[in-house]
Write a protein that binds this ligand. Structure first.
Ligand SMILES: [Zn+2]
Length: 245
């Protein structure tokens, strides 16, 4: 299984992090799919998950997952297992690995090397529009009494401005600086969700040098699962981060 590397996060050996992909060479649309709810063979999904977790050196029983709802809610968690009604998870407990599921939405992995706090954020256009990245960072700095300038973030592969076409009802909710005109359809725009999330991290006080943005677009780059591209035949990828002991 191929992982997407963050130069920034890879500097820290006391965390485990990983964002999966479909793979550069794929033979089926569901290759390396990690979701049980997209119509893939459950045995294959279990095997893929085992490979994913063991590659990161973590146990399934240490994972915190989410029933994602495209909200701006974040949760402070202290125990593994599935949590509900949120799209961001935060912890300062070690050996707890925070997981979000993605296929075009923006995964954001956050780490504070000074205070040992981690967060995983899932930001689709709705979450981005309701400022989940900004709110999550504010929650981290308030709850743990830390400085946002110490935080490191990796904004992972997601729908890119090159492909992420949105209709009028959606683009009207965003600042024009995140929109690019469509060449022939005046009612549509291309939305830059990565840039919008990047700006939210800056607004929350993070430093430019501490934010890495993946240039990969999940829609036009076939090594990723993409809901926009493949619809009901699309798999899901995981983005995970946690502190080792
Ligand atoms: Zn693209």
């Amino acid at each position: 299984m191929q992982f997407i590397i963050s130069k920034l996060l890879s500097n820290y050996k006391n965390i485990a992090y990983g964002i999966s992909s479909r793979g550069l060479k794929y033979t089926s649309t569901f290759q390396n799919n990690l979701s049980y709810s997209v119509g893939d063979d459950p045995e294959m999904v279990s095997e893929n998950r085992n490979i994913f977790y063991s590659s990161l050196g973590i146990q399934k029983s240490q994972v915190v997952s989410l029933k994602q709802i495209h909200s701006s809610n974040s949760l402070i968690v202290e125990n593994p297992g599935e949590h509900y009604n949120a799209d961001a998870i935060i912890t300062n407990k070690s050996n707890l690995f925070l997981q979000v599921s993605i296929a075009d939405c923006v995964p954001i992995l956050i780490y504070d090397p000074i205070s040992q706090v981690v967060a995983a954020v899932h930001a689709g256009w709705r979450g981005t529009n309701s400022e989940i990245a900004f709110k999550s960072v504010i929650k981290i700095i308030e709850v743990y009494n830390i400085k946002s300038k110490n935080l490191i973030a990796f904004i992972g592969p997601s729908a890119g401005e090159c492909c992420y076409e949105v209709g009028e009802e959606t683009w009207k909710k965003f600042n024009t600086k995140y929109l690019k005109k469509h060449s022939f359809d005046l009612k549509k725009r291309f939305l830059n969700v990565k840039k919008a999330n990047y700006d939210q991290l800056l607004k929350a006080g993070m430093l430019k040098n501490n934010i890495e943005v993946s240039q990969y677009c999940t829609i036009c780059d076939n090594q990723f699962h993409s809901f926009r591209r493949d619809g009901k035949n699309s798999g899901r990828m995981f983005a995970v981060i946690g502190i080792r002991v």
